[in-house]
Design a protein around this ligand. Structure first.
Ligand code: SF4
Ligand code: SF4
Length: 317
């Protein structure tokens, strides 16, 4: 039993167990138009890994059997998968509620001119990275020019009704610019709302705060600055038992670009598939064996339970 499991067991008397799968998160690949220095997956324009159509067909079949409330498409930049539109159309035809995690700047790439209209037509919910309302903080994490392009993309989405219409939610995502925990989500949301409206006249639906996980490029950078152990200690010392009930792995399953099944996107980044007897590939998807599974954990899990908690859906308490 690792230290995280010991903490969980001290509160619940057992390891971490999943419940009903409400969300199927599908990673369409590691190809991305950006190369952010906090990316836990190491995505970049050089990555070749993308989900192929035969795996997407298996995902479609699994979605049908799982009756999930939400299919959450992520990457890399999911829009760059050559079969992205075909897959989204197929999911919508089956009646699934679909959400796309977009980095915004991809919407300005060549060949993406029609993508915002495509997303709108299919009523796709959008979750968009915008780690700060200040240019210097965004560019420091995500590269020069990303701030201006992100604002331009939000303006385009606003013009189509995103952030205004209830069926076109545009959720923004904040993550800290360094090895510290996010501030309270609702107060920061107000700051974002005020500053983005004042500076650019843009609107959004909600703000999510997400803790930087000690993984991928973020961890490499911490190690380079000799801050890795201090950050791990901060996460560990900030353990908040009230977050346990809301941990996303308890109601979510992640499908990797090659069809491997993971308890979450962070385990995907670490190459830690589901285990403890549950089927670990979409080919063997069996809802009964997956929805009450024992979750694979590690020291990185303290990133989800620190402070107000963190998940792909934001703070937990
Ligand atoms: S953080 Fe997102 S936008 Fe940045 S490189 Fe990773 S996948 Fe791409
Ligand atoms: S890192 Fe993944 S497995 Fe660990 S607590 Fe967070 S969501 Fe659950």
């Amino acid at each position: 039993m690792n230290d995280f499991e010991k903490q969980i067991a001290a509160k619940s008397g057992d390891g971490l167990q999943s419940q009903k799968i409400e969300t199927l998160q599908v990673n369409l690949g590691l190809l991305c138009n950006q190369r952010c220095n906090h990316c836990h997956l190491g995505a970049s324009p050089d990555r070749k890994e993308v989900m192929e159509w035969p795996i997407m067909e298996l995902v479609l079949e699994a979605c049908k059997r799982a009756h999930c409330q939400l299919v959450d498409l992520t990457g890399g930049a999911p829009e760059l998968n050559p079969n992205f539109r075909r897959f989204v159309r197929a999911l919508c035809r089956e009646g699934h509620r679909v959400q796309v995690r977009t980095n915004l700047t991809v919407l300005l790439e060549p060949g993406m001119e029609q993508m915002p209209e495509f997303l709108r037509r299919h009523r796709i919910r959008l979750v968009a990275s915008m780690p700060c309302y200040l240019k210097e903080n965004v560019c420091a994490q995500r590269g020069p020019g990303v701030y201006e392009k992100s604002v331009a993309a939000i303006k385009r989405l606003n013009a189509l009704g995103y952030g205004y219409e209830s069926f076109l939610p545009l959720t923004l995502v904040y993550n800290p610019g360094g090895p510290f925990l996010p501030p309270p989500q609702s107060a920061l949301e107000e700051d974002y709302r005020r500053e983005l409206a004042r500076r650019f006249g843009i609107v959004f639906t909600h703000l999510l705060t997400i803790t930087n996980m000690p993984l991928g490029r973020f961890r490499t950078e911490l190690a380079r600055q000799n801050k890795e152990q201090d950050y791990l200690q901060l996460l560990r010392m900030s353990f908040n038992p009230q977050t346990i009930g809301g941990l996303m792995c308890r109601r979510q399953l992640s499908v990797g670009w090659d069809g491997t099944l993971f308890d979450c996107d962070f385990n995907l980044a670490l190459g830690l598939p589901v285990n403890h007897g549950a089927p670990d590939h979409i080919r063997f998807f069996k809802i009964g064996d997956l929805q009450r599974r024992r979750i694979v954990t590690g020291e990185h899990c303290f990133g989800c339970t620190a402070g107000l908690g963190s998940s792909c859906g934001g703070a937990l308490v």
